[in-house]
Ligand binder design. Structure first.
Ligand SMILES: Cc1cc2nc3c(=O)[nH]c(=O)nc-3n(C[C@H](O)[C@H](O)[C@H](O)COP(=O)(O)O)c2cc1C
Length: 392
């Protein structure tokens, strides 16, 4: 079973991730892991923080001579900003005068709910952990899941399909998604340049007016065979697991599998993906095919052999330069919500974090189905199953 957990505060010394359950012998490309971290930091509309930090994974355990060894993998990502926070947020008691309180909770953030829950006098400790800086650890862990999936020929990528009012009005081909993610400069991660230019205007309007803007990203898993996940128990369904994984990301407020939202308002005859069979001219079997993929590659909680498509809907960021009404924690006096350096739009970055969550979920299901303590054993089991499907 693949398990992972994260620890670390937004302005603490470091973020960490602990991943266990990956087989031994998975080649580890640290440049790839670091590029994943870099991708999470990109996007038009990010705050100043991203300019301070250039995240790098420091692998402490579980990888030797460029390969996983089956042992838990501990990863540390140092916060370069720590030197500015060491006195404000010390591990020891420190000097209370240097504490930097978050005096009035931001509507839409975890500030008020967290302060009430943990009985904190202000929201500093809440935002330190609720912050999406935590997704750095998830992306590091997800990069290892991606490396494992790569040994089975499975890839996970994302792209932006909406920023505010601007929507990509066509589907994106896998090659386009690969190309937009291969760029060394990330704008909004949309495959269509004209739509991306309009998305940029949407972010600019938000920036000009002290506002923020949400959107929708789409994660696509390419190369998954039919048969991962199951319908036999509610908590083993792939769609349910993916929904949990993506919904657990900060600011994601809805998750859609395939065209689930449109499907709810459309007749069944126009929604479901017809089933075809492609045999080679010599009669050799090839595979079941679908002319469209509204199901997003999952039927009955089981992958059906098409690309898996998961969309995440992001609310706008809740830290506003033109803050909303709030109340001071100490006096209860009415005031404006606190403001701290913040992002305006995070659609592409959230897409990268969601890729990590999807990769960890799919890797877990692949590990369950194909098992194996070494990558070689897993690949052999995988190949045997692919052959079984081919001959079905
Ligand atoms: C990649 C990413 C970056 C984010 N950056 C910020 C930010 O700079 N400022 C902010 O207020 N919220 C930011 N958020 C959202 C908050 O972390 C989130 O709204 C908050 O933790 C409350 O959780 P909830 O929105 O899931 O209810 C970001 C979210 C993501 C996915």
């Amino acid at each position: 079973m693949i398990r992972f957990s994260t620890a670390g505060e937004s302005h603490g010394e470091a973020l960490t991730a602990l991943v266990s359950g990956l087989p031994a012998g998975v080649p580890v490309d640290l440049d790839f892991v670091n590029r994943e971290l870099w991708r999470r930091q990109q996007g038009y509309g990010r705050g100043g923080r991203m300019k301070i930090e250039t995240d790098k994974a420091h692998v402490l355990s579980g990888v030797r001579h460029g390969q996983t060894i089956g042992a838990p993998i501990a990863i540390e990502i140092v916060n370069r900003d720590w030197k500015n926070w060491e006195e404000k947020l010390p591990v020891g008691a420190g000097d209370p005068a240097k504490h930097q309180a978050v005096a009035s909770p931001r509507p839409g953030h975890a500030d008020l709910a967290g302060a009430l829950k943990y009985n904190f006098p202000d929201a500093r400790y809440v935002l330190e952990r609720a912050s999406a800086r935590e997704t750095t650890s998830r992306v590091a862990a997800g990069a290892f899941a991606k490396l494992m999936l790569r040994t089975l020929g499975i890839e996970v990528l994302s792209h932006a399909i909406r920023v505010g009012r601007v929507e990509l009005e066509r589907s994106a081909a896998w090659d386009e998604i690969v190309a937009v993610n291969a760029k060394d400069e990330v704008m909004l991660g949309c495959v269509d340049p004209a739509t991306e230019a309009r998305m940029k205007e949407e972010v600019e309007e938000a920036a000009r007016t002290g506002d923020t803007v949400g959107g929708v990203f789409e994660v696509v898993v390419h190369g998954v065979p039919a048969g991962l996940g199951t319908y036999v128990n509610w908590d083993e369904r792939m769609d349910g697991l993916l929904a949990m994984a993506v919904m657990s990301l900060q600011a994601v407020k809805a998750v859609e599998i395939g065209r689930g939202v449109v499907a709810a308002e459309t007749f069944g005859s126009r929604v479901h993906d017809p089933i075809q069979y492609a045999a080679e001219p010599n009669g050799q079997p090839t595979r079941f095919t679908r002319p469209q993929n509204n199901a997003g590659g999952i039927e009955g909680g089981v992958s059906n052999g098409e690309d898996i498509v998961v969309r995440g809907y992001l609310k706008p960021i809740s830290t506003l330069r033109r803050p909303l009404e709030s109340v001071r924690f100490d006096t209860r006096a009415s005031t404006s919500a606190s403001y701290e350096r913040s992002d305006i739009c995070v659609v592409p970055a959230a897409g990268v974090a969601a890729e990590a969550m999807v990769a960890l979920t799919i890797a877990g299901l692949a590990q369950q189905k194909f098992g194996g303590d070494s990558a070689l054993e897993m690949q052999r089991n995988f190949a045997g199953y692919i052959e079984q499907i081919r001959r079905y």
